[in-house]
Design a binder for this molecule. Structure first.
Ligand code: FAD
Length: 285
């Protein structure tokens, strides 16, 4: 039986799962827990509720409905996405190969406004260690982040580069980093360099010379995961076609991560469309 892996258990991911499961496709939802909907105290503008319903309750009911259709939910965090003969989602609980993947991780967090970060993207600032590590072989690089996602990027870099420094930008460490990684807990004042990255300026005056900075803050959002495979992203929004497919065949996106109206109704609609189209594609293939 063909299979589809969906990342995210908000209204977009769960709506997609309802359509893929009912189309006879084995469906797995990977989730690190409640998303934006859980923070909404009252939803008053969604179809079918005469009285306002809490976001948490709406989310719970959605998941319950999908489970009843046989959708499997796995509590884990997606940290990477690769393609060899199949799309494969890398998570803290292992690898999940799939015939199609639907990204539904909600809106990306805004990247911190560190001077030089946006200006030097593609010139020493990278969002994908797996894609770009090779360009930094034998060089000193840093990973900007402090959690499991940052650890995943560190592990991709260590065998290739000369040294990896971790810049937590003031955030607490939430993963166990290898001892060869030097950790700077200060906030980052600036990424230095004119044409290309030459280092970073830390709060308190320390400068660290570097050839590259890999951004892996917080949790890997859909845009970071899409970028790993070269799918087109515009700002914080994943570019999709009329079938909710990204610019990479087999990779779909739905909900807040595609931008536009950040509302439950739009997430549910896009999930339904992505699920329908992805299921159609994998059943054909
Ligand atoms: C305070 C607040 C109030 C709101 N009020 C309303 C309202 O009244 N009406 C309305 O229509 N909308 C409202 N919204 C917006 C609505 O909640 C969102 O538009 C909707 O939840 C988007 O759905 P989504 O599935 O795209 O993302 P989300 O609901 O954010 O779900 C994202 C999912 O992805 C998972 N995830 C993220 N990263 C990873 C990873 N790396 N690995 C595994 N899983 C991951 C999360 O755990 C979560 O399950 C509100 C939002 C907020 C924050």
């Amino acid at each position: 039986m063909p299979n589809i892996v969906i990342i995210g258990s908000g209204p977009a991911g769960v709506s997609a799962a309802l359509y893929t499961a009912r189309a006879g496709v084995e469906t797995t939802v990977l989730t690190k827990g409640p998303g934006a909907l859980d923070r909404a105290a009252h939803i008053q503008n969604y179809y079918g509720f005469a009285e306002p319903i809490s976001g948490a309750e709406l989310e719970r009911r959605g998941i319950e409905g999908a489970r009843a259709l046989g959708v499997q939910f796995v509590s884990t965090e997606a940290v990477g996405l690769t393609y060899t003969d199949k799309l494969t989602v890398e998570t803290l609980a292992g690898e999940f190969p799939a015939d199609a993947v639907i990204l539904a991780t909600g809106a990306s967090r805004a990247a911190p406004k560190i001077p030089g970060l946006a200006e030097l993207e593609g010139h020493g600032v990278s969002c994908c260690a797996t894609c770009d590590a090779f360009f930094y072989r034998g060089k000193d690089v840093a990973v900007l982040g402090s959690g499991e996602y940052a650890l995943h990027e560190v592990q991709a870099l260590l065998p290739v580069v000369k040294s990896v420094t971790l810049l937590t930008n003031g955030a607490p460490l939430t993963a166990q980093f290898p001892p060869e990684v030097t950790v700077y807990p200060e906030t980052v004042d600036a990424i230095l360099g004119e044409q290309t990255v030459t280092g970073v300026q830390l709060n308190g005056g320390r400068q660290v010379p570097l050839s590259g900075v890999f951004v892996a803050l917080g949790v890997a959002g859909s845009t970071a995961l899409a970028r790993k495979l070269g799918a087109e992203v515009e700002g914080n929004r994943i570019v999709v076609d009329e079938k909710m497919q990204t610019t990479l065949p087999g990779l779909y996106a739905a909900g807040d991560c595609t931008g536009g109206l950040l509302q439950v109704a739009k997430a549910v609609y896009e999930g339904a469309l992505a699920g329908t189209e992805a299921a159609k594609a994998v059943r054909k293939g």
